[in-house]
Ligand binder design. Structure first.
Ligand code: MF3
Ligand code: CO
Ligand code: CO
Length: 251
């Protein structure tokens, strides 16, 4: 069942989402060559706790850290580690989810470490645009499939592929609610969007094959061909006329 949120819940979702968005701004200056993903995890963890929230990934289905950090060919769910030192030219997605007053906010961004290589720069810029194009589809009476269809057409026009094994998701008092939001598919299919629905859009776009595999740690999803993958994520609310991006930082 797809839950529609009431005004009080929407206000609580706004708060959690704004905190998650603040984490991404706060962490940016630390994402530099020489930093470990463990250090980034610790800084985010402490900031989230100081702001009265919990880092949702920690202990979620056994996930061992407070954020996901996905470097280069890692598609998603990378586990921060002290021995993983970021180097010039890497790309790294930091995926932040907060639980504030029982409500989840979920957002992620792919950062450049130092100076990006031209192919990485192009992939990341187009992936960011894929998220924006997905968001542009969101309004009452549109269908879930419209989002994926628009993203897929744009990504594939550059020769990129769209990851199928992971999707966006409804979100609220649970981390992952109905419906799944695929980032590929057919326009005019899937559930109809209604005012008050809240879900994430989080396209993972690959340079090569869309196929993924999970490493032995049971979490880290990587591209099967070892080529780069990038991702951006927002939590969005369907409004009367379109949508509100709850994880866009309000000034
Ligand atoms: N934040 C991720 C998402 O966008 C989920 C992370 S689950 C975890 O859905 F367990 F890896 F943290
Ligand atoms: Co996320
Ligand atoms: Co998500």
């Amino acid at each position: 069942m797809i839950r529609v949120k009431n005004a009080a819940e929407i206000e609580l979702m706004r708060k959690s989402c704004q905190l998650a968005a603040k984490v991404l701004v706060m962490i940016e200056p630390y994402v530099k060559p020489g930093v470990s993903t463990e250090e980034l995890n610790k800084i985010c963890h402490d900031f989230i706790v100081k702001n009265g929230a919990l880092p949702s990934p920690l202990n979620y289905e056994g996930f061992p850290k407070s954020i996901c950090s996905s470097v280069n060919e890692v598609i998603c769910h990378g586990i921060p580690a002290p021995k993983q030192i970021l180097k010039d030219g890497d790309i790294v997605n930091l995926d932040i989810t907060t639980t504030l007053e029982g409500y989840f906010g979920d957002t992620s961004k792919t950062f450049f470490v130092g100076t990006p290589k031209p192919n990485a720069k192009k992939l990341v810029e187009i992936t960011k645009r894929c998220l924006e194009i997905g968001i542009e589809q969101v309004k009452p009476n549109a269908r879930v499939g419209d989002i994926g269809a628009a993203i897929q057409a744009y990504a594939e026009s550059f020769g990129y592929s769209v990851v199928r094994d992971f999707t966006g998701h409804g979100i609220g008092k649970e981390f992952h609610e109905e419906p799944p939001i695929p980032h590929h598919g057919k326009a005019g299919t899937g559930p109809r969007l209604r005012e008050g629905m809240i879900f994430t859009i989080e396209p993972m776009i690959n340079e090569g094959t869309y196929k993924s595999k999970i490493l032995k740690d049971g979490w880290t999803a990587v591209t099967q061909d070892g080529k780069l993958s990038a991702q951006f994520e927002h939590t969005v609310l369907v409004t009367e006329n379109g949508c509100e991006v709850l994880t866009n930082l309000k000034t």
